[in-house]
Every structure is written in C-alpha cells, then in structure tokens.
Design a protein around this ligand. Structure first.
Ligand SMILES: NC(=O)c1ccc[n+]([C@@H]2O[C@H](COP(=O)([O-])OP(=O)(O)OC[C@H]3O[C@@H](n4cnc5c(N)ncnc54)[C@H](O)[C@@H]3O)[C@@H](O)[C@H]2O)c1
Length: 345
C-alpha cells in the first residue's frame, strides 16, 4: 500500500494505491452515502457494493453533461442524502468527474471520494480536484475545483479494462515521466513487457510515482495559474487531434507529445536523440496512430482553444526527458513549426 497526501490551501486529500478497492466502505463511517458508477463497472464489480445505494449511469463521454447532474441530484434527494451525506464515485474519469461535480454542488457541497477504476483516472482524472461536465461538445466547461476525501487506486481492477483504455491511460503516465521525472521515464522504457502484462506490483510503483508528480504540481498551483500548466504537455495539439480524428484521448495526446517534442527540437531546446527516445517509447506501445489533419484545420482549432490568451498559447516544451518548460508562443509561430514538422509525422 502506498499513501500520498495532497495538501492544498483548502483541503487535505488521501490517495491510496494498492489497497483492495472494497475497503472504501471503511471511509464512510456509517454516514448516509450513495455510490455513482456506470453500467460496465456495475456489471463487473456491482455485487461487492450492494450494501450502499447506487446510481448507475450509461458509460461514455457524451453523458457527462448537466442534464445528468440534475437527474442524479433528484435521485439523491429521493434517497434522503442530506448535507452530512457522502458520495462515492466508482469508475473511470467520466464517473469521477460526474461524482465530484455533483457532490460539489449538491446542497452547496457534500463530501466525496473515488474508487478510481481506469488507468487514466488513477494517474490523472481523480487526482487534482478538478471536476467538470461538458456543454455540447465542448469539454469540461462547467466545473469546480474541489478535492475528494480519498482516492482508492487498486491495480487489480485494471485487469478488466479494455486494451485501448489501458493504453490511453498509459500515455498520461508517460507524460508525467517526460515532464518531470526521468527515472519514471526510464523505468517505463525498461519494462515495456511487464507493463503490457499489467503486472500489479510494477503498476503500483508507476501509479504512485505518477500521482506524486501530479500531486506535487497541484499542491503548488491548485488553480492552474502557473506550474500546473506543464500537465498540459502534448495537449494543445492532442486536443485538436482528438476532436478531429476521433482518436481516444491518450492516443491523441501521444501524437501531441511527439509534435511538442518536434517543436522543442526546432527551437533548439531538445536533442534529436531524446526526441527519438520519446517517439520510440510511445510507438512501442502502439500509441502513435495515423491521423490526417491539415495545417489550416489545426490552426483553426488552436485559435479556438479555451486556454489561449490573445494570439498566444502557453506551450509546454521539453528540454530532456524529465524536464519541461512553459513558453508563450504566438499561434502563427506554433503553426509554422507544425507545418515544417508535419512531413515527419
Ligand atoms: N478532472 C480531471 O482532472 C480530469 C483529468 C483527465 C481526464 N478527465 C476526464 O476523464 C474522462 C476520461 O476518463 P476515462 O478514460 O477513465 O474514461 P471513462 O470513465 O469513460 O472509462 C472508459 C471506459 O472504461 C470502462 N471502465 C472503467 N474502468 C473499468 C474497469 N476497471 N474494467 C472495465 N471497464 C472499465 C468505463 O465503463 C468506460 O466504458 C474524460 O471525461 C476526461 O475529461 C478529467
């Protein structure tokens, strides 16, 4: 068992990695609790949470919307959950976002915790206190910053995760190594086979390291005014690729990381050999898929990026494995870099 405490100005949150997930019950202390989960998790794991009332949603990103929050709130009222109640999200990033957002606004806020069941949510979505829902196709437009009381990450639950979901989460784990921990990056490079086999003891180590990285960044800058932005490495182009090619998030971010590495080389910040290591690692997990997005379309998407300020974006560059930096780059310069690296992709 590994335990990491996230301290922000307003809250203390505990992340438990390698515990049996059913131990979440110990954190409820007999309170009036409800579970939010999805139909896949209910089918696979539901028989173990029959002691707490549960609300199950249809899986999928398109259900992460305000209408669902409304419906779930009405059900919580029916269950008699009051301000002293507790909400547990058991699922991947979608369930955690919904449960965290619902708990943050229900009766002006009740306590909540997560059993995080996908690799993406264990290393990323359930750590950091961001909770949000989409408006139409625009992601996470309505949301809160609010930390869960606990997050449980049981690597054995990852055994039932579909391959593409597992690999998608792995891209974010690799990202954490790349932006701030060369040792994590090296460990991933040296253990490709065991990672693909989902070896639980190795996963505990990797998830712990990854959560530590995210926790330290979030602890310094909970509301993303500065250093937290490094977590967006690969995401400027990644989001554009995800939206236009339909690739899963992690696969799109993997390609976004290669573009960001190419741009870092072009700006003289990264050695070409390091760029090759990054490319080769992502490629050995099958994370680099074909996509075909014209320079014009890419530019149009980045111009509409909600994180841009005026004509500039805070772009995350990589200097070597384990070291990143934030630089304001004019969108035209970014696109001209993309254009000149496009032929290499
Ligand atoms: N709040 C944040 O800081 C943050 C950060 C990153 C991502 N996110 C959000 O996370 C979401 C993506 O998360 P995700 O990739 O976990 O998606 P998801 O929750 O949709 O899960 C992916 C699929 O895997 C299934 N699944 C989950 N765990 C399983 C298991 N153990 N066994 C079998 N099937 C399982 C789910 O039912 C679903 O079909 C996005 O909505 C994204 O915006 C939020």
């Amino acid at each position: 068992l590994e335990k990491i405490t996230i301290n922000t100005l307003s809250h203390k949150s505990e992340i438990l990695i390698g515990v049996n997930w059913t131990s979440f019950i110990n954190y409820l202390h007999g309170r009036n609790a409800a579970i939010v989960t999805d139909d896949n998790i209910l089918r696979l794991y539901g028989k173990h949470f029959d002691k707490v009332p549960f609300l199950s949603i249809t899986p999928g990103e398109k259900n992460k919307k305000l209408e669902l929050i409304n419906e779930l709130a009405a059900k919580l009222l029916d269950l008699g959950v009051d301000r002293s109640g507790f909400l547990v999200g058991i699922g991947g990033g979608v369930v955690c976002d919904i449960a965290g957002f619902l708990a943050s606004v229900y009766m002006r806020g009740i306590q909540f915790g997560f059993v995080s069941t996908s690799l993406l949510s264990q290393v990323d979505a359930s750590v950091g206190g961001k909770n949000g829902v989409n408006v139409g196709t625009v992601k996470n437009i309505l949301g809160t910053f609010n930390q869960p009381e606990f997050v449980i990450c049981d690597p054995l639950m990852l055994k039932t995760l579909p391959d593409d979901e597992y690999l998608s989460g792995l891209a974010e784990l690799i990202k954490h190594g790349l932006i701030s921990d060369s040792e994590l990056f090296n460990t991933i490079e040296q253990n490709i086979e065991s990672i693909l086999k989902r070896d639980p003891s190795l996963l505990i180590k990797l998830i712990t390291k990854s959560v530590e990285i995210k926790a330290s960044v979030v602890g310094e800058d909970e509301k993303e005014t500065g250093r937290r932005k490094i977590l967006n490495f690969g995401h400027t182009f990644g989001h554009a690729i995800e939206a236009q090619s339909g690739l899963k998030h992690g696969f799109a971010v993997a390609s976004g990381m290669v573009i960001a590495a190419d741009i870092s080389v072009k700006l003289g910040m990264l050695q070409p050999e390091d760029r090759s290591r990054i490319f080769n690692l992502l490629n050995s997990f099958g994370l680099l898929k074909d996509y075909n997005i014209s320079v014009e379309k890419m530019k149009e998407f980045i111009i509409h990026d909600k994180k841009k300020k005026g004509n500039e974006v805070d772009f995350i560059l990589i200097e070597k494995t384990g070291k990143s930096s934030i630089k304001k780059i004019d969108i035209n310069q970014l696109i001209s870099c993309y254009k000149s690296t496009f032929k290499n992709l």
